[in-house]
Write a protein that binds this ligand. Structure first.
Ligand SMILES: Cc1cc2nc3c(=O)[nH]c(=O)nc-3n(C[C@H](O)[C@H](O)[C@H](O)COP(=O)(O)O)c2cc1C
Length: 280
């Protein structure tokens, strides 16, 4: 698939836009986005369903809300997933590819997994049986100036910061950092992953390079809650893997995803193995 944008340029351009201009998104641009969304084929899990929600369209008239965090947006893009294994990772991958495509068209977006009135938006999304509705984003043109709330929020989240290489990339096992030299031609895909957005900027991804493969691991700060189908950290992993994969494809680096954790890999506490990229 020709992804339709430059990974480096778009990843560097994207940020969470929380203040929007009054200029509406044109119908042909909306159609392009939906067409792109429907063509997505993530390599991690089930298909994701996307739907636009116009702010006025809440069927029961209830005001659709984002608790004052998003200003000026009139158009939202919701996404649903089946309640299945690896749906969170699939959601992260597909939604982020769409976010990057929207960014390349000059649009702003902001992943919302928590700060929105889910029940009001859920009605507008016409949720089907066995579907979960974890994610929503405003879609629109960024305003010239960020609102005060947006500035405060960014500072609170340390939104411009990212963890350094040595805290997230490892060689063979978790006791040895992977340097850029060791990463070789994979420096670029790993750097693109490092810059990815994540819920509360928590960056839960860890990558271990061993035996010609990159192993993706989710690192939590505490024990996960049992029985929760929607999992923001797993969505984050899908986002990071999307950046890595699109960058690898762009550079013509061949490989494939496979779920096979190496037997000699020792995971730290609260870490979960997700998948591996095997270099072909
Ligand atoms: C899965 C996910 C959920 C998020 N949920 C929210 C949210 O509910 N509200 C919000 O204001 N930002 C949310 N964000 C945006 C993050 O706070 C933001 O990506 C992070 O702070 C990094 O900033 P940047 O996107 O500008 O690079 C979410 C991001 C992700 C990836």
């Amino acid at each position: 698939m020709n992804i339709g944008f430059s990974v480096k340029e778009t990843v560097n351009k994207r940020y969470s836009v929380r203040t929007y201009d009054s200029r509406p998104v044109e119908e042909d641009v909306k159609a392009k986005l939906l067409e792109y969304a429907n063509s997505l084929q993530n390599p991690l899990g089930p298909k994701i369903r996307f739907q636009f929600i116009e702010k006025e369209t809440a069927p029961n008239g209830e005001k659709l809300g984002t608790y004052g965090i998003i200003k000026g947006a009139k158009l939202y893009l919701g996404a649903t997933m089946p309640d299945e294994e690896f749906a969170n990772e699939a959601m992260g991958y597909d939604y982020e590819q769409l976010v990057l495509y929207a960014t390349s068209l000059g649009l702003g977006t902001c992943w919302l997994g928590g700060t929105f009135n889910r029940s009001a938006f859920a009605e507008a999304m016409e949720i089907r049986e066995n579907e979960l509705f974890p994610i929503l984003s405003p879609v629109g043109y960024p305003a010239d100036k960020k609102s005060v709330t947006e500035k405060v929020f960014r500072r609170f989240l340390k939104a411009d910061g990212r963890k350094p290489w040595e805290e997230i990339f490892f060689a063979d096992n978790f006791d040895k950092p992977l340097t850029k030299e060791m990463a070789g031609e994979y420096e670029f895909p790993l750097e693109m992953l490092r810059l990815a957005p994540s819920a509360t900027n928590s960056q839960p991804w860890r990558v271990v390079f061993s035996d010609n493969a990159f192993h993706f691991i989710e690192q939590r700060t505490h024990e996960s809650r049992e029985g929760s189908s929607v999992d923001m950290h797993r969505i984050d992993l899908g986002i990071g893997i999307c950046h890595f994969h699109l960058a690898a494809l762009e550079k013509g680096l061949n490989g494939h995803f496979e779920r096979k954790m190496p037997s000699n890999l020792t995971l730290p506490p609260f870490a979960t193995y997700i998948t591996s990229w095997i270099i072909d």
